[in-house]
Design a protein around this ligand. Sequence first.
Ligand SMILES: Cc1cc2nc3c(=O)[nH]c(=O)nc-3n(C[C@H](O)[C@H](O)[C@H](O)COP(=O)(O)O)c2cc1C
Ligand SMILES: O=C(O)C(=O)c1ccccc1
Length: 380
Amino acid sequence: MGPVEPADLDSTYFEAAARARLPADIWDFMQGGSGAERTLAANRAQFEHCRLRPRTLVDVSTTDQSLTLLGSRLRTPIGIAPMAYHQLFHPEGEVATARAAGRAGAVMVAGIFASRTLEAIAEAATGPLWLQLYWLRRRDALAAVVERAEAAGFRALVLTVDAPRIGRRLRDARNGFAVPAHIRAVNLDQTLMAASHRSGQGSSGIAEHAREQFDPSLTWADLSWLRERSSLPIVLKGILTAEDARLAAEHGVDAVVVSNHGGRQLDGALPTLAALPEVVAAVPPTLPVLLDGGVRTGTDVALAIALGARAVLIGRPVLWGLAVDGEEGVARILALLKAELDDTLALLGRPRLADLDHTAVARPAGSAAPLATPTPDQCR
Ligand SMILES: Cc1cc2nc3c(=O)[nH]c(=O)nc-3n(C[C@H](O)[C@H](O)[C@H](O)COP(=O)(O)O)c2cc1C
Ligand SMILES: O=C(O)C(=O)c1ccccc1
């Protein structure tokens, strides 16, 4: 056998290759964060800051990264975060992403701003699909999408709660970013979408669109509206505090995603890995907590799971893979992350996900002892 494709040794190749292929404004839209991009950087920095405590002389001849999440069997805790308009990155869009997710045995969260129909995505998928929602002023349009998702076989609804409006994305404002006319959020009534395709004054088409169509009056009391319309599990995405985690549990949600939207919403918000322990501590142990934001390696996945996440979602690297080689590119990204996680589990002496607890994480700066219990300041 010859040497392995250097491309498949880590995800940075895909990042560079995607940048070389994409128009500069689409690259900026994808890669960028809000404001000074402090939270975008902090998500990565927090993972860099944490260290693992490997155990030895553990039988790791069999490793296992499979799990059951909201009733679905998954071959990996690494899933695909909801992202708008995959056709910006490849002509097959979400259909290619769904095929790759199925091949990996990974969950895919499709976005309400998907550029392919829910039915086409479901047709292509061979693994579990969840649908992400924004709280639209047009509740009839939201209800229609929920009904179609349920009919198409989607298995959970993921309501994004960190975007009553779009964050100040300076790159998009400078570029006057607008979604190209031929790429459409086909699951929504086109009469609602016009603003997305025009660049606004000192703002992007997406920000203008959200100002028109997103309902910023959403509160906890509105969750019952969604409950009444669907029997699917409900997941809240964008929880960063113990207070909101407690409220989520009290309101009967089925899971939460610790997320700051990949540093694209509130700049200055805390990094997700730092928020994770307090969220985990605030909810019953049976309530799954997921995390996204800056997860780039198998080590990152293991750190998140050790600090209490049941699974992680990957954002931008999936789009790098999609831009580089469609379904095949996404499949390669997922295979790479899974292989890295498999190596991490073996070398860490924790061959199953259930073996990964807070004792696998060291305090920073070389301190050997784990904290007795995970606390909000663990590995800060
Ligand atoms: C291009 C792009 C589009 C996104 N669109 C959505 C969206 O429509 N809905 C949503 O809830 N999150 C959206 N997100 C946020 C992701 O779901 C996720 O929280 C974030 O990308 C995770 O961070 P990471 O990219 O560092 O992995 C988007 C992110 C990117 C990069
Ligand atoms: O959520 C996002 O980050 C995002 O970029 C977006 C895209 C389209 C509509 C709304 C938000």
